[in-house]
Design a protein around this ligand. Sequence first.
Ligand SMILES: *Cc1c(COP(=O)(O)O)cnc(C)c1O
Length: 738
Amino acid sequence: MDDCLKAMQILAAAHRSQFRNLDVLGITGSNGKTTIKEWLYEMINDRQVVKSPKSFNSQTGVALSVWQIRHSDRLGIFEAGISQPGEMISLAKMIRPTLGLFTMIGDAHTEGFENQSEKLDEKLILFEDSETIIFEEDDVMVNMAIRDRFQNKRLYSWGWNQSATLFNIKEIKKLQYNTEVLIGYKKNTFKFSIPFIDTASIENAMHCLAVLLVLEISPSDINNGFQSLHNIPMRLEMKNGIQDSILINDTYNADVQAFKIALDFLSQQAGQREKVLILSDFMQTGLNSDDLNQLLAAIIQKHNIVHVIGVGRQVSRMGKYLDDRILFHHFEKTEDLIFNLQDMQLNKKAILVKGARIFKLEKVISALSQRAHTATLETDLQAIGHNLRMFFQHLQPGTKLIAVIKASAYGSGSEELAKFLEYRKVSYLAVAYIDEGVQLRKAGISVPIIILNPDRNGVLEMIKHNLEPEVYCIEQLLEILALMESYTAKPFNIHLKMDTGMSRLGFITSDIKTLCSILLKADHLRVMSIFSHLSSSEDDKDDEFTRSQVHLLDSMFETISGVLQYRPMKHVLNSAGILRFPEYHFDMVRLGLGLYGIDGTNSIQGKLEKAHTLKATVIQIKKITTTDFIGYNRRGTVESDGQLAVINIGYADGLLRFAGNRKYNVLIHGKNYPIVGNICMDLTIIDIGNDHGIQIGDEAIIFGKDKPVERLAEICGTIPYEILSRISSRVKRLYVQG
Ligand SMILES: *Cc1c(COP(=O)(O)O)cnc(C)c1O
């Protein structure tokens, strides 16, 4: 594997070295790399620019990115991300930036490093052969390190400090929707308007400004460029479509690499559904139209697409490269397709909509979307992939992973999650009920599935669908055996649960003798694993008790496996336990909450990413005075005249009433506003004071990446598990990737 990566990197470096005269911007730093890269790409639209797709900044990602450089390119923009010492040198050899940008040094991903300065030193290796470096003057540590190390290079800095060599900031004025920035540049003052008001975006915009000035783009062109930036969604979105279809939205860009990623995602999510592709012309690929069509057709063919619908001139000629079995339709304009959508037979299909921005295929998405005026729970699959990687890294060699996706995958929707996790090579899935398992099998999931809380009447159903029950008492075991008598075709896999101190389901010490005598004769049962559950894995005050639980499991395990002809697997840890007790990883671990980026132990908090965002929509705005009362029982009032926003989420959706009466805030346009009055069944009222920037249709975030669900749980006197599992089924589920 390692050799394979090395070979790929050598090839990429050799490919890069063919383009000696190419200007290449290399971006590194802890935050903002992808956004800055995408913004620069958007803003420099008059040159041939090649860039890393999405956030391809890893050892593999960079190799793939650099590989895309072609002779027609005039500028490359690549990002480089590292997580431990020794990694930057290989990225630097592939990117060989002529121009370097350092974004900032945060405290994310410090795990591999002694301290900040070691991390900084490693990152700066990227610029060893660059001629020019751009950085923030006010970031003292970065500033000193760069000036110290690169005395002979052209250094351009920006910031409030007068000593900044490129431009200095004179004023930053945040308005309702945008921010005005005044800078001093070459003895003049220039004003820029940035269409964002949050600090991170302003900082990213300043880095872009610096790069563009160094590339000698005129201030007025830059200002125009800024106006075209809106928060660029760099991600795939999935939702339910009309006629029971599923829709994947990737209407933001169209390059070949991103196309492959989107098709992989489609294949992964489609399950048994037939796959349909709606595709516009690709822009700026550097290929002629026939070559491009041929290339795209070959990629499409590999993915077993049954129906391709093209929009644009260039794709109209793709038909001849497609297999006869693939249905091909073509429309010149997006509007023509929308007009004819009803005839396209999209019933129960999995549809990927992919195209260049100028085709505005989002109109097709909205025509195909199920109309639902409800709150949404969004799950970021990329975050889950990241968290999974973090946990995989923690596992002892040889330890397998069971992903616990009970309670509809902690609210996310188990089918979609299961497909994603199966693709990511988890060894087992675990759900609570037989129905959940059957649903996964019907969706085409084939990894082994454990049923943690099987209905005693459902044994035949489990046999039929190849589901593996948790067996926790003698009676249940005997019932299973009785049924096996008449169904002995194959051995039936089971998992024996020991009660080692939680007093919930499980065999206790005094059961073991009987259990063994039954197992001795039950050779058509296969005990896949013997396991237990800890009562206090996250709590160090109880560590002694935890250890006693594990010792009891050990001894029960030895006794039982003594009577079997084989050794089953042993497992005991949940998410918190995985992090706190590496010595108990054993054969498998059971990961639940940690997948979603919630770390109850705080030991790798900051390295995990939150996967859930619960959102509602503002559906009415009204004026309010100090003499008015708000909501049921007149519980709410305001202290000064202002406005209220009504949002479409209530306790029936899972927003607990405890959060009402100003105890909790929701986030609108990045700012917190309190809930006023009692939360109603379907609606909640928000005090937005005198902020006139909020409009009907705006999004209100209940919890998400910048608003931890832990806080809501705390206010409601509960734990994140309860908040997530209570989000009701009428809340629409949406999946995003990237
Ligand atoms: C829910 C559950 C898990 C997962 O626990 P997390 O704390 O969410 O990681 C593991 N094992 C069993 C038996 C469970 O019921």
